[in-house]
Design a protein around this ligand. Structure first.
Ligand code: FMN
Length: 151
């Protein structure tokens, strides 16, 4: 059975919910999945699984996209890892009101790319809470990750 780990950051619940949607989609595809809030996680936990997923909000006071404070250590640690042979995906909710919409999703994509892991699905950026169409995108995202891992 393939294994996956989802690490998320969430202040008001949108990204926690998105992580839950991805978790359920993995379970439906018979993947052994663990979901952890980022301040409780270590990037090296990704060494134990086949598929690595980050779900992060974007937070900026000055109009520039910024990572969640509580994810900074994790973000630095991640880039030091060798995740060659693993598959990764990056998703998250932001707010289209901001010019730097959901840039944390791109930042984590780039951090994963540095680890040597293989990108398994296009980044998914969601405006605030996930709606019905977003859920379909998240399910397709999860399936793409599983298919990539199996290939
Ligand atoms: N969203 C963006 O896409 N880009 C930003 O630069 C950004 N800055 C924010 C700054 C503040 C002070 C607040 C309150 C929100 C900001 N957001 C920004 C929106 C949040 O990322 C968005 O509400 C997200 O859904 C929060 O996720 P959560 O419910 O998981 O905490």
């Amino acid at each position: 059975m393939a294994s996956a780990r989802i690490v998320y950051a969430s202040m008001t619940g949108n990204n926690e919910e998105i992580a839950g949607i991805i978790e359920e989609a993995f379970e439906d595809l018979n993947v052994d999945v663990t979901t952890t809030e980022v301040s409780q996680a270590m990037a090296s936990d990704f060494l134990d699984v086949d598929i690595c997923v980050a779900v992060m909000y974007t937070y900026s006071n000055v109009g520039e996209g910024e990572l969640p404070d509580e994810a900074l250590d994790f973000y630095e640690e991640l880039q030091e890892l060798d995740l060659t042979g693993k598959v990764y995906g990056s998703a998250g909710s932001g707010d289209r009101f901001y010019d730097d919409f959901a840039t944390s999703v791109d930042d984590f994509d780039k951090a994963f790319a540095k680890t040597g892991a293989t990108k398994g699905a296009d980044n998914v950026k969601i405006d605030l809470a996930a709606d019905g169409e977003d859920i379909e995108h998240l399910e397709a995202f999860t399936k793409a990750l599983v298919d990539k891992q199996a290939s």
